[in-house]
Write a new protein. Structure first.
Length: 236
């Protein structure tokens, strides 16, 4: 009987220790869950703050380019998004010097594919299509998802060089999907795609497709906003 009592006491003590360990484990899991929840909330807040669209970026997207320039942070510590919006806005206002300056500020520290693409457009409009093609090559190396736009801009740059056959060959690579997007997915009045309409119009006109050229130009006129790029295309 004495031996049996001793075993019972040992089992009881072991059971209490197990209960204490389980309680500590559950408490530890509760603390860990709380920490993970706090971390998740912090992550959501950070992503939310970073995801907020800058006023200047929103103004560019809506075709209000003068406002975008006035809103942009152009200080030495300006972030990439603000400088990019300012550079695009200056391009649309035909302020080539400032547009180029802002893009070079971005590209000094950051090999940013979209900035190379936009700088190529500025070079095209300034009458430097050969330099533009180099910029488009840099953009293509960095951003394979921009291939369609880059091919269109290369075709337009070739057209500006007077190279009709190379321009045609490039344009034919993307003409069908671009036309589908312009007619069905995008529609008129969208400032962000103004240059697609304008460049397609120029290429179609050069290739003898006047009806398509006039249609694209009409859509561009509805999307122009404050942009002065129509003046550049009017010089052709």
């Amino acid at each position: 009987m004495r031996s049996y009592g001793t075993s019972s006491n040992r089992l009881s003590a072991s059971s209490r220790r197990l209960d204490e360990y389980s309680l500590l484990s559950f408490e530890s899991l509760g603390v860990l869950a709380s920490l993970l929840a706090l971390a998740a909330v912090g992550f959501v807040l950070v992503v939310g703050l970073r995801g907020r669209r800058l006023p200047e970026s929103r103004a560019v997207g809506e075709g209000r380019y003068s406002e975008a320039l006035s809103e942009a942070d152009l200080s030495e510590d300006a972030d990439r998004a603000s400088l990019y919006a300012a550079a695009v806005a200056a391009k649309h206002l035909l302020d080539w010097h400032r547009s180029e300056l802002f893009f070079h500020r971005i590209l000094f520290d950051d090999d940013y594919g979209e900035a190379w693409l936009e700088l190529g457009l500025v070079e095209t409009y300034r009458g430097n299509p050969t330099e533009a093609l180099k910029c488009f090559d840099r953009a293509a190396a960095l951003r394979s998802d921009l291939t369609e736009s880059i091919i269109l801009h290369r075709a337009f740059a070739r057209l500006r060089l007077g190279e009709i056959d190379p321009a045609r060959q490039l344009f034919e690579e993307v003409e069908v999907p671009l036309e589908t997007k312009l007619r069905t997915d995008i529609g008129s009045g969208e400032p962000f795609f103004l240059e697609w309409f304008l460049q397609c119009s120029s290429l179609w006109r050069a290739l003898g497709q006047s009806a398509k050229a006039e249609w694209a130009l009409a859509q561009a006129e509805e999307a122009v906003g404050e942009s002065r790029l129509l003046e550049v295309y009017g010089e052709e």
